[in-house]
Ligand binder design. Sequence first.
Ligand SMILES: C[C@H](C(=O)O)C(=O)SCCNC(=O)CCNC(=O)[C@H](O)C(C)(C)COP(=O)(O)OP(=O)(O)OC[C@H]1O[C@@H](n2cnc3c(N)ncnc32)[C@H](O)[C@@H]1OP(=O)(O)O
Length: 584
Amino acid sequence: MSTQPDPTTGRSRWEQRFAAAQSKGQVRDADFTTLSGMEVEPAYGPTNGEAPERIGWPGEFPYTRGLYPTGYRGRTWTIRQFAGFGNAVQTNQRYKMILERGGGGLSVAFDMPTLMGRDSDDALSLGEVGHCGVAIDSAADMDLLFSDIPLQDVTTSMTISGPAVPAFCMYLVAAERQGADISKLNGTLQTDIFKEYIAQKEWLFAPEPHLRLIGDLMEFTTANIPAYKPLSVSGYHIREAGSTAAQELAFTLADGFGYVELGLSRGLDVDAFAPGLSFFFDSHLDFFEEIAKFRAARRIWARWMRDVYGAKSEKSMWLRFHTQTAGVSLTAQQPMNNVVRTAVEALAAVLGGTNSLHTNALDETLALPTDQSAEVALRTQQVLMEETGVVNVADPLGGSWYVEALTDKIEAEAEKIFDKILQLGGSDLSSADHAGLAAKVRSSVGQGGDGDWPITAGILRGIEDGWFMSEIAEAAFQYQTALEKGDKKVVGVNVHTHSLANELEILRVSHEVERDQVRELGARRKARSQADVDAALRTMTEVARGEGNLIPPMLEAVRAEATLGEICDALRDVWGVYREPARF
Ligand SMILES: C[C@H](C(=O)O)C(=O)SCCNC(=O)CCNC(=O)[C@H](O)C(C)(C)COP(=O)(O)OP(=O)(O)OC[C@H]1O[C@@H](n2cnc3c(N)ncnc32)[C@H](O)[C@@H]1OP(=O)(O)O
């Protein structure tokens, strides 16, 4: 380290942490010089060694500059490409390709029927099976999906929220059948139902039964699979629906606070369940705004977790997030340009300290990626990681006047939105009054679901009133108007539209997939013990009518080869379905 530090400064604290990590072997053995061979420090800061508290040093509360003193010198982000199409066998081949070419983890994309809790032979599934993701009907499909992929060794994310819990049970049963030690599994389940009502619209039930299922899941994973992340609180869909960066940030973090309140209302210890909450953001094209958003996200979360929700452990204050580059920024016109857009967005995510990353393929505005476009997307991350030197220095933009100012600004915008959410919930407290909010939360712990949960009340009210949707719609309208006026520009769409024709080869999923899947499902139904399935579903519905944790009886139903549609239908019989109130 180049300076003689004052031992009381942030720099010296960071140096000690870095040295401690190094002595524990937590710094990679790699070349950390520039392309021309110049030595660079693992982090930079003010020359007097002291940074303002809100900025701090890498690995230091409030983690504006990242969670780890070592940054990506400790571990690079996980390359986690979201993939799934056709049937489980086809998708399993794609997963093997991803892992073989350097993907660091798996990320399952399910087809629309699965996302809506419907079997492939349901009348509502017709024409959709295997199209926007992989068709999964029962645990037997999960076995095929992960065939020859040891679930105990590969962190696996599953993007599913309405039927998250039955899909999770199928994943557990597939892991059990592989002989995995269930307590050692590590992965992420999206589960985040708030953003479904706010933006994506893939719910099954009304919010209350979904929150009960999520509470059951949090309880189950906290007790049995401590490394597993049962929630990936998602801003991606909110942004893709047309929100601004600040709305994405604020709505997502508020949803995260809602899940913390859910955990507390279930009597769970915040430091036991909070490390299992993870996040998922969009990385759009305004490079600096995105970087500022990621940095502000970590800072806000850390402060609220410590000061409002009483977290004591560092891992509970850490906001860990996955990023996907912005699907909405891709254009059907001149699609090769999408590689450039994705690279810039991925770089913003990395400079913002993402923990995991998906880069979109250039053809994703037209169809699911081909093997070739999926490879280019993966290689985009590898070029950033291996060639550009961005992994050498933690939070390299920290201290930039512009980036710090933008980080402050986006944080302030988010706090204004939290105020609005608190008001919607009937609270008279301001988002800046952490002590007041903490007192309210403390008084609610012990009253369970009857407590006064200030953020949750606002979210539920905002959903019921269509407030989130109208805020997003207004932002989308503003942007579209600016685009149409030419104030905002998109190359190939409203500027520089002249181009040589470039035809892309598109992945087409054959309708044979649906026929085969339906046939296979019928054969499986005949081969299983219907009496076992009926008994397991009956027990599960009894628990759903009462108060116990639903995961153990659901696991039994899955072990008996009950299908996703049968499990969801049984729950629909108990809880009904949710219809969004009509609004004009
Ligand atoms: C749009 C689309 C759709 O809807 O259609 C979607 O939604 S797609 C949605 C797709 N979603 C996803 O793919 C979600 C992915 N999410 C995740 O993978 C997770 O939730 C995540 C964000 C927390 C990332 O988890 P991960 O396992 O990949 O990475 P982590 O950051 O946890 O790192 C792995 C381990 O390395 C440790 N580690 C990392 N960096 C360092 C370092 N510098 N020094 C020391 N240790 C380190 C971590 O603490 C952790 O250990 P330890 O474990 O001991 O703490």
